[in-house]
Design a protein around this ligand. Sequence first.
Ligand code: ZN
Ligand code: ZN
Ligand code: ZN
Length: 557
Amino acid sequence: MPPKTTRKAKAGAILSGISRAGPGKVDIGSMVPQVTPSVTFEPILFQKDRQSGQERVDAEPTPSFTASSDIVGMYCHFCCEATQPGYRYQCIECGALMCEQTVQKSKGCIYLGSVENKDDFLCTVCFRTSDKKDQPLPYAYIGFGQRKKVKMAWPMAVVNLNLESMKDDYLATTVKIELENHYRMHPHNLFIQTLRMRGAAHLSESRKLSDGLKFMRSNVGRGFPPNTFIVVDTHSDEFTGMLQHTGGHTGGTNTTITEIIEAYLGTEFLKCMGEASDAARTDNSTFTTAKSTKPWCDLTSRARGGWRGLLLVSCGPAMRVSHHFESVLKLVKSNQFEVIVGFGGSGTLPSMVSHTVRSFVVDTGVFGRTDPWSAICHMLTSNHDVLDYTTAVVVYATAVNGCRQIECRQIAKDAPGLRAFGYEFRSCGKPGCNPVPADLRVFNQKERVRVRCLKCGWRSAWARTDKDNKHFKRVNALAAPQLFWHHFPPSADLQNFFVDLTERQNAIAAQSAQISRKRGGESKRKKTLQKFKNRQQDAEMLDLTGSHHSPAMDVDE
Ligand SMILES: [Zn+2]
Ligand SMILES: [Zn+2]
Ligand SMILES: [Zn+2]
């Protein structure tokens, strides 16, 4: 084992960004798995503290605002790992918790035993923004994490509603495994139940939720109103979008999501969900840091608890058919759920969407990203493979000036040659022409896109895909410029996007042609200038048509 050094990270190294500026020399050996000899297993600090007759645990200043720590766990605000008593520090300025290694070369954000001042501890962010910002950190920060989110094992109830004929329960199983992993230190804070939908089974199945009712009520009583997530995995009818719930491959598909939720969860459970939500929304507790300032993040039950989400996975157009969508909308309007995430593709296999479903539940329930829109945008920005197959439809409630409002949005991926702005256009600019979606071909040229009707030969004007427009906005212009969202269900105005664009551009062209005809007797100098400009534009066009954006793409010039 290398001798313990007391050197701190160099100021220069720290100033160059959050770096792995650990003390000591670069040790190539640490890049490979370390076999720690058994004699050195005991943490150095334990040894030292024992010599001085002091227990390490006593040395910890009690975190001031996380009184609930023993119930929902104390996780490092930088690396999200569980912290151990005696090896965690709370920033006096912002309240952030930071973890220290318990064994040298183990995981942890602070190098073992390098904290000098345990009482006036400042996290890296607060230290670097304080008046001491040019001094070296009073401890060695070796973490990679940033202060972005706080993990909490907040009580959570998850109900998987599966069609019985789906034997493998793929989606339910992946959700369960992921959550059990996050709650492994606090398993009693997780209630997870899978209900099977089959003919006339809703009464016997909903009885399985009796433990869930106890779980909900006891946690509301303790002041930790649980978050509830319902994951529905079933088939839906190809034409009506109605959901199948009676099992078997030939079972009837005649039920809306509202009816299924009411039948299988039961009024009692739905009432409990509502109570948890009310308890959280009316909570008015506040936390303050050691300096009596506002903590950097909101850890109250108002922010973290009582959220209700429904994730609707069904092969078939459950979201796209209007009368079924009405039923989805009703669940949010009647305040049974805060957010519903569905998928807009006509075929949505659980294996394609399972990552999105699990991440949404974990991001919201464990990491406290409780603004549904920002949660879904963040999630799809970092992993948008799912949008190669389908679109995500989000229905959620927001408060605008204290008023509850419902937003419905669809997020889709712009696919060159396939779907402009991720949308399937079907309106042609020629009066009387009624093309099917397959008739409207999409052509891309660099950052521009146009559609052409194969039925009548109509061509639209070019639209830009690197900018937001009236209907289609980018989800994240920098990190995922190909993702666009639009209001859902799409308005007639949106469906006519290319037709309107073409008409507007034609009108502008006609107007300028008229103006130039009027100015027939212009001076020779201006004419030469215009000629020059035209030539320049032609050259640009040649350049555009000559360079194919992608070899696989058609250019209709
Ligand atoms: Zn940490
Ligand atoms: Zn801080
Ligand atoms: Zn046409």
